[in-house]
Design a binder for this molecule. Structure first.
Ligand SMILES: [Zn+2]
Length: 187
C-alpha cells in the first residue's frame, strides 16, 4: 500500500486518482498537524486517533472520489460562561464525496444525504478537513454543567433581554432552555 496518503495530502481528484489507483488509508495522530482556526478559538485537540480511507476510484475518470474520516479525540474549549476549559469527547465518522469542480459538488448537495460533497476548489488538505470537522462539532461553545445562565464568554452574543439576570419576575423555566441546549451540545 502506498503510504504517502496523509494529513498534508491535497484533496484534489486527479492527483489522488493517479497516485492511489487502488485507494489508500491513513491512521495516526493530529498532534503535529497545525490547526490555526482551532487555536484561535482556544480549542485544543488531545489524544486524537484519526483515520482516513480513500476508496479505490471508479474506472470512470469523471466520477467523484469517496473518502471516509474517523476521529476519536478529547477536546478542551473555553466554557461559554466562565471561559475556563471544558473537556469533551469527540467520536465521529464522516463520509465525503470529492468532485473536481465546485459546481458538481453544489449540484450534489441536495442529492447526497449520507456523504458531504466537497471539491478540488475548496483547496483542502486531509488535515484541513479534519480541522473543519472538529470545528463543526463545536459550533456552539460548551459549558461546564454548573455554568448555567446567559453566555458571558468572549465573542459570544449578548444575552437576550428576557434572559437578563436582573429581571425581577420569577421565571421558573428561564434556565431550562440553556440546560437543554448545553446537554445537546455535549452530544
Ligand atoms: Zn464554566
Amino acid at each position: 500500500m502506498n503510504t504517502d496518503f496523509g494529513l498534508p495530502t491535497p484533496l484534489q481528484c486527479r492527483p489522488l486518482r493517479e497516485r492511489f489507483p487502488a485507494g489508500s488509508q491513513w491512521h495516526g495522530s493530529l498532534a503535529d498537524w497545525p490547526m490555526p482556526r482551532l487555536a484561535e478559538l482556544g480549542i485544543v485537540c488531545d489524544k486524537a486517533e484519526a483515520g482516513a480511507v480513500l476508496f479505490p476510484p471508479s474506472k470512470d475518470p469523471q466520477a467523484p472520489l469517496h473518502l471516509k474520516l474517523t476521529l476519536r479525540a478529547l477536546t478542551r474549549s473555553p466554557c461559554g460562561r466562565c471561559t475556563d476549559d471544558v473537556a469533551a469527547e469527540q467520536g465521529w465518522e464522516r463520509e465525503f464525496v470529492l468532485y473536481s469542480s465546485g459546481d458538481q459538488a453544489d449540484a450534489a448537495l441536495d442529492l447526497e444525504a449520507l456523504a458531504d460533497p466537497i471539491s478540488d476548489e475548496d483547496g483542502l488538505s486531509l488535515g484541513d478537513l479534519f480541522e473543519d470537522e472538529i470545528l463543526m462539532a463545536l459550533t456552539e461553545p460548551l459549558r461546564h454543567e454548573t455554568c448555567i445562565g446567559p453566555m458571558q464568554g468572549v465573542g459570544s452574543e449578548a444575552p437576550a433581554a428576557d434572559a437578563s439576570p436582573s429581571e425581577p419576575t420569577q421565571r421558573p423555566f428561564s434556565g431550562l432552555a440553556d440546560l437543554l441546549q448545553g446537554r445537546q451540545s455535549k452530544d
